[in-house]
Write a protein that binds this ligand. Structure first.
Ligand code: FES
Length: 113
């Protein structure tokens, strides 16, 4: 089972480590299942940039980035080399150790699903 550590750009939110994550889940799925706020305006179909995250480590255990994903990342706030879209980061390795930073969600205009 995979482990995903979430850290947060917002200093008021404490890091969370989620264990026993089955492969096939996306980072957005893991966040949602554990009440971690990550916007996802398009519903997870790679058609927005609101689920933007920074994958600090473990990127090689995730589904590879697509051209379409890169295009949407360009429209995110403060994209970096380690930027991904959380809904497209499907965990492929059952022993993955992944660390993800969630950008400050208060700067993103989201709508709840
Ligand atoms: S939720 Fe829209 S691209 Fe991930």
């Amino acid at each position: 089972m995979a482990t995903v550590k979430f850290t947060f750009e917002d200093p008021d939110i404490k890091p969370r480590t989620i264990e026993n994550v089955p492969e096939g889940e996306s980072i957005l799925d893991v966040a949602e299942d554990n009440d971690i706020h990550l916007n996802h305006n398009c519903g997870g179909v790679c058609a927005c940039s609101t689920c933007h995250v920074y994958v600090e480590s473990g990127d090689d255990s995730l589904e590879e980035i697509s051209d379409k994903e890169e295009d949407f990342i360009d429209r995110a706030i403060n994209p970096r080399l380690e930027s991904r879209l959380g809904c497209q980061c499907v965990i492929l390795d059952e022993d993955a150790q992944i660390e993800v930073q969630i950008p400050d969600q208060s700067r993103i205009i989201g709508h709840e699903h």
